[in-house]
Ligand binder design. Sequence first.
Ligand code: DOR
Ligand code: ZN
Length: 348
Amino acid sequence: MTDSLTLRRPDDWHLHLRDGDMLRAVLPETARHFARAIIMPNLVPPVVTGADALAYQARILAALPDGMMFEPLMTLYLTEDTDPDDMRAAHASGLIKAVKLYPAGATTNSASGVRDFARVQPVLDAMAEIGLPLCLHGEVTDHDVDIFDREAVFIDKILDPLRRATPGLKVTMEHITTKDAVDYARAQDDSLGATITTHHLVINRNHILVGGIKPHYYCLPVAKREEHRLALVEAATSGEARFFLGTDSAPHSDDLKENACGCAGCFTATNTMSILAEVFEAAGALDKLEAFASLNGPAHYGLPVNQDTITLRRTPASYPEKIITGVGEVTVFDPGFPLNWSVLPSSV
Ligand code: DOR
Ligand code: ZN
């Protein structure tokens, strides 16, 4: 039995860091284990221009504790008013690594997102031309579509037509939650990648609803039936290049989660690597963890893999239940099973 596992240092291809006090508190939780992360632009107001992204990048770097290394990979929030020239300039300077599309109203801080997809076609065309990837929150927002069906309907109604209309566009289907998404991703060429979160590998919809509402398991896209979770585990542990880690770690203070209208988001930055080691070991696929967490993402984004490594050791992991922030406590995701793999401090 393997008791030690050394991987190239992982990256997180979908991360919410927020701003101000929250940013200062959660950034070390990611930077401790991860070299880089794609930083979500859904601040209030959102990160829509190159100047916004540059300023946000500076705030992130200023919040990084001395002695920690971390590279924020910046993104722009696509709106119907996004200026293709501004986007081209932000890409040409190396500042941004992707553009994020939220259907308006799909999730937290998505009000400025896209309603009429035709209006963003010129930006999508420019992205295809310059090789800038599009990150997609893949859920429709129609009120008459059941929340558990919104991802599958998005694939048929929006994603597939969008990709056909924009040949060559590199797309990341983010935080996929269904077997439908796994099957769709597998049927495409390598211009399409898909991220999978830590929590969607662990919970199904029963975890949210059985025995009382568990707000810390509520996120978007919402966790689906067990058969879908099993499809995600199979995809993540397959080693296939199109599937890679994007935690969607999304901090909200406990008062906003444990609320009559609780916010969507699971905070997994702190214990993701220990949880993934459990999930991959249970699937008999510890040897595929490096592909999922450290190799496939850089390949999709056309970036080099990290040169340094982290080591996981089979020894009980201990993590705080909550992270203290200047805007309240943030509950760390509880996988509901013991964590027997720890990231060695010498490697962080
Ligand atoms: O659960 C989620 N939380 N899903 C998202 O798409 C957004 C995120 C957030 O910003 O809190
Ligand atoms: Zn997200």
